[in-house]
Design a protein around this ligand. Structure first.
Ligand SMILES: NC(=O)c1ccc[n+]([C@@H]2O[C@H](COP(=O)([O-])OP(=O)(O)OC[C@H]3O[C@@H](n4cnc5c(N)ncnc54)[C@H](O)[C@@H]3O)[C@@H](O)[C@H]2O)c1
Ligand SMILES: O=C(O)C[C@H](O)C(=O)O
Length: 353
C-alpha cells in the first residue's frame, strides 16, 4: 500500500527519535511483530568512538534480536540512524541515568565501553579517576536490572574496572564470576595482525594467546603458543612483544589527542560478543582470551584462554608451557597487575564508607 503525503507528514511529526515504537502513528503504520528469537544486548556508552561502530556491528549480528543503546548523550540520533539498517534486530535508545534501568531490563549481555579515552602522555591508569565511578554506577544498574546478564567491560583501566565490577556485584549479592569479562580481544587481534605481518601469512589463520592484563607490560603475548606454530628470532620476539604491548599507545599517539582505538576495538568487541552469544546459544568449543576472575596464578584476576558456554565461562585453561622470555614477562607483570586489582577493590570499599 502506498502511503500518501499527508500520512507521511503525520508519521514524520510523530516519530520519536528514541523510541519510534512508542508513537501511535508508528503502531498504526507498521506490522512489526516485535523482536525475532535471539539475545537482548545492552550497550552502555553507545554513542562514543567505540560505541557507535560497535552498535552498528551488533545490529548486523543475527544472534542479536534486541539492541539497547544507552549513553548520557546523543542516543536519539544514533538510535534513529542505526535503526534504519535493514537487519532484524530491534534497536531502542535510552538517554541518561533515569533510563539506565530500562536500558538494562532483561539484558542477556551487557557491553560497557562508557568512559573517557587516553590522550598522548597518559597511562590507562590515569583514566581511573573518572572511569572508576562511571563503571561502578553502570554495574550497580546491572545488579539491579539484569543480575543474570553476562557483562563485558571495555572501559579502561580494564585491570581495575573489572575488579570494581566484581565488588559492586558482590555487594549486591549477585556476583557470578563466570559471567564477568574484561575485554582483551584487541590485544589478540593486534597480536594476530603483527605476527601475520612478520611471517607473511593471512592473519585470519593466526591465533596468538595473550595473557595477563590490559596495560603495558601486563599485556603478555605468548608467542611460543601461537597457532599454527611459527619460530621467531630473538629480535622478532622483542619487536612483536613491544609492539603488542604498546599497540594502544601507537594509536593514541597517531590520533594526537582525539582519542584512542575505536574502530579496531569495535571490531574486537563485536568478535568477542559473537563468541559469547554463540556459546550462550549452546555452541561448544568456543575459546577466547579474556581477563576474568581466575586461580591460574596467585592474582585474583588474570587473562588467559577460557572456554565459553551457556553460563559464561565453562573452563579456564592453565598457562601451559612458557619459555624463559615469557616467564620473565610474567614475573614482571604481576606487581603492576596486583596493584591495579587492589586499587579497584579499594575504590568500591572506600566509596561505600
Ligand atoms: N579494552 C580495550 O581494549 C579498550 C580499547 C579501546 C578503548 N578502551 C576504552 O574504552 C573507553 C571508551 O573509549 P571511546 O574511544 O569510545 O571513548 P569516547 O569518549 O569516544 O566514548 C565514550 C562514551 O561514553 C559515554 N559516557 C560517559 N559517561 C557515561 C556514563 N556515565 N554512562 C554512559 N555512557 C557514558 C560518553 O558520552 C561517550 O559517548 C575508554 O575508557 C577507553 O580507554 C578500551
Ligand atoms: O590504549 C588505550 O588507551 C585504549 C585501549 O586500551 C587500547 O589498547 O587501544
Amino acid at each position: 500500500m502506498e502511503i500518501g503525503n499527508a500520512r507521511l507528514a503525520r508519521i514524520a511529526a510523530h516519530m520519536l527519535p528514541v523510541r519510534a515504537e512508542e508513537s501511535s502513528i508508528w503502531r498504526e503504520c507498521t506490522r512489526a511483530k516485535g523482536a525475532s528469537a535471539g539475545f537482548k544486548v545492552a550497550l552502555l556508552g553507545a554513542c562514543g568512538g567505540i560505541g557507535q561502530p560497535l552498535s552498528l556491528l551488533l545490529k548486523l549480528n543475527p544472534l542479536v534480536s534486541t539492541l539497547h543503546l544507552y549513553d548520557v548523550v546523543n542516543t536519539p540520533g544514533v538510535t534513529a540512524d542505526i535503526s534504519h539498517t535493514d537487519t532484524t534486530a530491534v534497536v531502542r535508545g535510552f538517554l541518561a541515568q533515569p533510563q539506565l534501568n530500562a536500558a538494562l531490563d532483561g539484558a542477556d549481555l551487557v557491553i560497557i565501553p562508557a568512559g573517557i579515552p587516553r590522550k598522548p602522555g597518559m597511562t590507562r591508569d590515569d583514566l581511573f579517576k573518572i572511569n572508576a565511578g562511571i563503571v561502578k554506577t553502570l554495574v550497580e544498574g546491572v545488579a539491579k536490572s539484569c543480575p543474570n546478564a553476562v557483562v563485558a567491560i571495555i572501559s579502561n583501566p580494564v585491570n581495575s574496572t573489572v575488579p570494581i565490577a566484581a565488588e559492586v556485584l558482590k555487594k549486591a549479592g549477585v556476583y557470578n564470576p563466570r559471567k564477568l569479562f574484561g575485554v582483551t580481544t584487541l590485544d589478540v587481534v593486534r597480536a594476530n595482525t603483527f605476527v601475520a605481518e612478520v611471517v607473511g601469512v593471512d592473519p585470519k589463520g593466526v591465533n596468538v594467546p595473550v595473557y595477563g592484563g590490559h596495560a603495558g607490560v601486563t599485556i603478555l603475548p605468548i608467542l611460543s603458543q601461537v597457532s599454527p606454530p611459527f619460530s621467531f628470532t630473538a629480535e622478532e620476539v622483542d619487536y612483536l612483544t613491544n609492539r603488542i604491548q604498546n599497540g594502544g599507545t601507537e594509536v593514541v599517539e597517531a590520533k594526537a589527542g582525539s582519542g584512542s582505538a575505536t574502530l579496531s576495538m569495535a571490531y574486537a568487541a563485536a568478535k568477542f560478543a559473537e563468541s559469547l552469544l554463540r556459546a550462550l546459544k549452546g555452541e561448544s568449543g568456543i575459546i577466547e582470551c579474556a581477563y576474568v576472575a581466575s586461580e591460574v596464578t596467585e592474582l585474583p584476576f588474570f587473562a588467559t584462554k577460557v572456554r565459553l558456554g551457556r553460563n559464561g565461562i565453562d573452563e579456564i585453561f592453565p598457562l601451559g608451557p612458557l619459555n624463559e622470555y615469557e616467564r620473565q614477562g610474567l614475573a614482571k607483570l604481576k606487581a603492576e597487575l596486583k596493584e591495579s586489582i587492589e586499587k579497584g577493590v579499594q575504590f568500591v570499599h572506600t566509596a561505600a564508607k
